[in-house]
Design a binder for this molecule. Structure first.
Ligand code: ATP
Ligand code: MG
Length: 83
């Protein structure tokens, strides 16, 4: 559980030798709107795919809807993705 609606806590993600997310941490609270900005290829879509659970981090934790979903499978994610 987290007090935040969405939270990345020290997230790392690499593809082969390419590190895309390196120790990424941020929070989004309920009712907040946040923007992810950056040049092409910097990892914006990879970040969003972690929130949706389509990608899993190599390290770190991902919180969605206040719950740590890092280790959740697709079936478990369906329930919160509806929100
Ligand atoms: N499934 C994957 N396998 C291997 N590499 C990937 C995969 N998904 C993304 N990448 C790589 O991760 C990096 C970040 O990609 P991402 O799609 O997140 O960029 P982006 O910030 O969304 O760019 P754009 O502004 O063009 O949409 C890129 O170098 C991309 O090639
Ligand atoms: Mg993109």
């Amino acid at each position: 559980m987290s007090e935040h609606y969405i939270e990345f806590r020290g997230v790392y993600k690499a593809f082969e030798d390419l590190a895309v997310l390196e120790d990424v941490s941020f929070v989004v609270d309920r009712g907040e709107t946040s923007v992810i900005m950056g040049r092409s290829g910097v990892g914006k879509s990879v970040t969003l795919k972690h929130i949706l659970g389509f990608l899993k981090p190599d390290a770190g934790r991902v919180v969605v809807a206040g719950q740590d979903v890092t280790d959740w499978d697709e079936d478990q994610l369906q329930e919160i993705l509806r929100r």
